[in-house]
Structures are given as C-alpha cells and as structure tokens.
Ligand binder design. Sequence first.
Ligand SMILES: N[C@@H](CCC[C@H](N)C(=O)O)C(=O)O
Length: 290
Amino acid sequence: MRSFSFTKMHGLGNSYIYVDLFRETLPEEELPAIARSVADVHTGIGSDGLILICPSEKAPVKMRIFNSDGSEGKNCGNGLRCVAKYAYEHGIVRDRTFLIETLSGLVEARVAVADGEVTSVTVDMGEPRLKRSAIPMVGPKAERVVAEPFAIAGGEYEITAVSMGNPHVIFYVDDIQKAPVTTLGPLVEKDPRFPEGVNVEFVEVVNERELHFRVWERGSGVTQACGTGACAAVVASVLNGKTARGEETVVHLAGGDLTIVWGHDGRVRMTGPAETVCTGVYYYRGGRNG
Ligand SMILES: N[C@@H](CCC[C@H](N)C(=O)O)C(=O)O
C-alpha cells in the first residue's frame, strides 16, 4: 500500500481533500484516480474532489483542483479560500495578502486572522470572461451570451454564460426550492454546445443585493457551494439588470453565504469562510484506477 498525509477542508460545505505537495509527492498520472478514490464516501474519505497545494514559480503557492470524477478543473473559488487559509496557517506565506497561481491565472488572496487562525478570506477573482469563445460555447465567437434562448429536453429557457477561469451557465428560477438542479443540471453539463462541459447554476433573485443559488458542478454534480459559480451568478445578475455593479451582493448557497462584488474596475471580489475538518493519512493501492 502507498500513503499520503491529507487535510480535509471545506468552504461552505464544498469539501476537498487537500494534499500539501511542499511535503508530499503524488504521481501525476495517478491524480485522477486518487481524486475519485478520496472523494468516494463509502471506500474513501468523502469529498467533492482533490486539491493539491503546490510550489509555484510565479507565486508563493499554486492550487490544482480535481473534481470527484477525476477531471481537472481550472479554478475553484471555495478551494482558493481554503488554500489561502492552509498556506497562511502552515507558514507557506507570512504576509496576509499574497498571490495564488491557478491553471486560469494568478489571483490575490487576503486573509483575516484572529488568534493566529484564518477566519475569512477575500479573493480577487479577476475579470470575468464574457465572450462566447472564452466560455467556451459554440456560436459567434465574439458575442456575449446574455439572456439567450436555450432549448433542451423539450423545454425553452434563457441562459447567461460567464467564465471565471472555468465555465458557468446561469438559469434564473422563480423558486430556488423547485430549481431542476438534478434533472437539468447533468443534461446541460454535458450538452455539446459547451465543448468543455459547464458548471450549471440556478439563481433566484431575492432583491438587488441578494441571490439564492444552487449548483450542479461539472465533474462533481450537486455540491453545497461553488465559489466561482457564485461569482458568475453575480456577474450574470449585473448583465441582466437584476443587481448593481460595484455593490456587494450576498449569495445564499446551500452551505451558507458569500459576499461578492463586481467592481467598476472590472474585477470580481469574493469574501467567505474556510474551515479545516480533519487531518490524516490516506492509504491507496496506486495505479491509474486507484
Ligand atoms: N467548487 C468549485 C469549482 C470546482 C471546479 C468545477 N467543478 C469545474 O470543473 O470547473 C468552486 O468553488 O468554484
């Protein structure tokens, strides 16, 4: 058997198994299988996937994220807050504001600290990418996808698409409790109009400052929260005239609240908690199938 040390962390119930690659080594070709293995609630630890905390040449620390089906994502908002907490509390960084490298670029994290513990994290998630080709979604490359008609499974809907370094599509609903998360979510995730798949968000507008939010994540299915998805929902809501640019919006996710602002400088900033659940040693057999 092989083994590695891990920390389980979550941001609003969006949980990942974090492995510190400053101290551990994992074989690159086995990462998808390890992600599937640790995520399994019966035979593994149970999580929405795997996050690697890695050395970087561009920043003090780098995040890589694998969904529970083993696919690699390019960004993860809840993961970034947890990586920031881990990096600060484990002395990887000493400053309270620092850069984190992701597969979609560099972001800046700022930790709030009480008694040596990180209590909340603000991440400058950068500028949303709105061109269709950047989502990516098939169709006229340079156009935005805002309140665009979208037919699927016999139904007619309107969608808004936003990339926060990873792809998101937003559906507005009248009642979040009745959102078709588990029925429409998996169909839209794998719809060929999204060549790289897509994270699917359902949003009920409460008022100009508040949104209810549920998600079907690409590669992981229903999760309690999606940080990049909540940022995309705020951007979509500004584009659709439902909330105001430059104002803080509170997004109510299944696992709790995030405060998000799409600033007049073009950047999206997200503030929320990050929690450590437990640490341990994980035993696995190795190989591409775990
Ligand atoms: N939970 C995340 C997003 C994780 C990656 C996503 N499923 C993808 O494949 O793009 C978040 O908090 O942003």
